[in-house]
Design a protein around this ligand. Structure first.
Ligand code: URA
Length: 254
């Protein structure tokens, strides 16, 4: 990765401040001063700032099955239990996006700010799968179709979604946005109240058999798959849009 990014990852300074350090000739790679912040470096290089070796903090990514009542911030000012309390790690972890306190299921935590940004940035449109129980049940076919096509919310229309009803009043909804209380608001818009909401997949990762309140550290392989998920999803959609079979990239039906 670029030298300035490497330094920022290692917690030496912000990306911009790291560029300054490099420009000032304070950074050496394999013993030689480097003044180009774009210089490519990796784990096999010895990087030093003012003669002191820089060791990047190991990246960690954990999956938690969030129980109800736990808030998905790093710290809670009202003393409530938070998702970071439930994940054993020596690192300072941050949740990737949010789940409502009463939503359960898959939430990721990481100390990799860049990855967290990428996974939650609307541009990358990482798919999230929710299992939703509604009242009243069942949901009519026109209401299902409206959820698929996009419903009008006060912060704008929703993107097309995949929605099916495996049992009366139970929906599986795959969204590629993550607006505040989006599933609840979408269901309300078609006349249903959410009585239970669980996230069961995030990009290529599935909750699987992880019990409520349990977490596990993801492997490097899972991390890589996730890292590429947003890009792959985006590239796939652009390719399909470019194929001319669909009217518009943004409002396409899946
Ligand atoms: N949509 C919601 O309404 N709530 C969540 O917690 C996640 C998605």
């Amino acid at each position: 990765m670029r030298l300035a990014k490497y330094l920022a990852h290692a917690g030496v300074a912000s990306r911009r401040a790291a560029e300054g350090l490099v420009a000032q000739g304070r950074v050496a790679v394999d013993g030689a001063v480097v003044t180009d912040p774009a210089r490519d470096v990796g784990d096999d290089h010895a990087v030093a700032v003012d003669g002191r070796a820089v060791t990047p903090e190991g990246r960690e990514l954990h999956m938690l099955n969030k129980p109800p009542g736990v808030v998905s911030t790093a710290r809670d000012t009202h003393g409530r239990s938070t998702v970071t309390d439930l994940v054993p790690s020596a690192r300072r972890l941050y949740p990737v996006g949010r789940l409502d306190a009463d939503t359960t299921g898959l939430i990721l935590l990481t100390n990799d700010g860049e990855l967290a940004n990428r996974l939650t940035h609307p541009r990358y449109e990482v798919e999230k799968l929710y299992r939703v129980e509604l009242d009243p049940r069942p949901v009519s076919e026109p209401a299902l179709q409206a959820l698929r096509d996009g419903v009008r919310l006060d912060d704008g229309p929703t993107l097309p979604a995949r929605v099916n009803q495996p049992a009366p009043g139970v929906l599986e909804m795959t969204l590629r946005e993550g607006r505040k209380r989006q599933v609840r608001r979408m269901c309300e818009a078609v006349g249903h109240r959410v009585v239970a909401l669980r996230r069961v997949a995030f990009g290529p990762l599935e909750l699987g058999r992880l019990g409520e309140g349990e977490s596990r550290r993801l492997s490097d392989d899972e991390l890589e798959r996730l890292r590429h998920a947003g890009e792959a999803a985006k590239a796939g959609r652009s390719a399909r849009a470019g194929g001319g079979a669909t009217p518009s990239a943004g409002r396409r039906r899946w």
